[in-house]
Design a protein around this ligand. Structure first.
Ligand code: C2E
Ligand code: MG
Ligand code: MG
Ligand code: MG
Length: 280
């Protein structure tokens, strides 16, 4: 009897895996088509300068709205794309779209307060030998300054091969781009490691912001990250700011920038460009 059960379980698991694999392959096939047809879009979520009380920058977030499946979250298709060269194609398209936006609408963005855009990089894209060429040719194609671009790298990415990562980071810095560490606090690196990396800014992960100001641990962790980053000469930005309480806490901790639904959702470009312009 036990034997029978065992067999059934194997059959059960393998059909589960089979379905998962089929679903993955289905998404991958559709994704290839969507990329080829240029159907991926870039949304921008504004970031807010707490000291000056206005927007100062934005983060590009890729969006895929499929005819049949509707909105497919990046977490789902980015993970699949990262297993193949598709992530490099997506990444290149995002860089191109961001540079195009800055080139065509830089004046409007500046009037809104947005002086540059941050782009997320996956490990496979960051370590690819094409990355620097891709960035430089996009900068040239749209005649924009590297100072208007920031790249967000995750802790796990830089820890994968720190020696190589530092060299690439230095090259991006030499171009004039800003660098930040995304989702800080969720990976295996530590604040002590930060000083080895040529970065400008630390992005405190949303999971810590969610608990402030009530959860004692989250308060301790986020204020320690901010204080230590400042001691190392780095700026800080908090992601996932959803309430006035989050904002007040971060202002009190002297966090430089915030990003989250409380300030603005990620916006399609036409909505981004329709944000109020400052009177100055
Ligand atoms: P991330 O870089 O940490 O981006 C922040 C995520 O938090 C975004 O999710 C954003 O929509 C969401 N978010 C912003 N404010 C709030 C808030 O107040 N509350 C909550 N609950 N969420 C908020 P999204 O757009 O689904 O992206 C998820 C992840 O996918 C990103 O996390 C990033 O790792 C990846 N991703 C997105 N676009 C790209 C891209 O162009 N290239 C690469 N390589 N990865 C990307
Ligand atoms: Mg990010
Ligand atoms: Mg993040
Ligand atoms: Mg995050």
């Amino acid at each position: 009897k036990a034997k029978e059960n065992g067999r059934n379980q194997v059959a059960y698991f393998s059909s589960e895996l089979d379905n998962e694999l089929k679903e993955k392959m289905r998404i991958e096939r559709k994704l290839k088509k969507a990329i080829a047809a240029d159907q991926l879009e870039v949304y921008v979520q504004p970031q807010y300068d707490l000291k000056r009380g206005c927007f100062n920058w934005g983060e590009a977030l890729v969006r895929w709205i499929d005819e049949e499946d509707g909105f497919i979250p990046p977490i789902k298709f980015i993970t699949i794309a990262e297993e193949t060269d598709l992530i490099n194609q997506i990444g290149r398209a995002v860089i191109d779209k961001v540079c195009c936006l800055i080139s065509e609408h830089g004046d409007t963005l500046a009037a809104i307060g947005i002086n540059g855009i941050a782009i997320n990089l996956s490990a496979r894209q960051f370590f690819s030998s094409d990355l620097l060429d891709d960035i430089q040719s996009a900068l040239g194609k749209y005649a924009i300054s590297a100072k208007q671009l920031e790249f967000e790298l995750t802790e796990s990415l830089v820890m994968e091969d720190t020696g190589k990562a530092i060299k690439i980071m230095q090259a991006l810095r030499d171009l004039g781009c800003r660098l930040s560490i995304d989702d800080f606090g969720t990976g295996y690196s530590s604040l002590a490691y930060l000083k080895r990396f040529p970065i400008d800014c630390v992005k405190i992960d949303r999971s810590f912001i969610m608990g402030v100001p009530n959860d004692k641990n989250d308060v301790e962790i986020s204020s320690a990250i901010i204080a230590m980053a400042h001691k190392l000469g780095l700026e800080t930005i908090a992601e996932g700011v959803e309430t006035q309480e989050h904002m007040d806490f971060l202002k009190q901790q002297k966090c430089e920038y915030i990003q989250g639904y409380f300030m603005s959702r990620p916006l399609p470009i036409k909505d981004l460009l329709a944000l109020p312009q400052s009177q100055k």
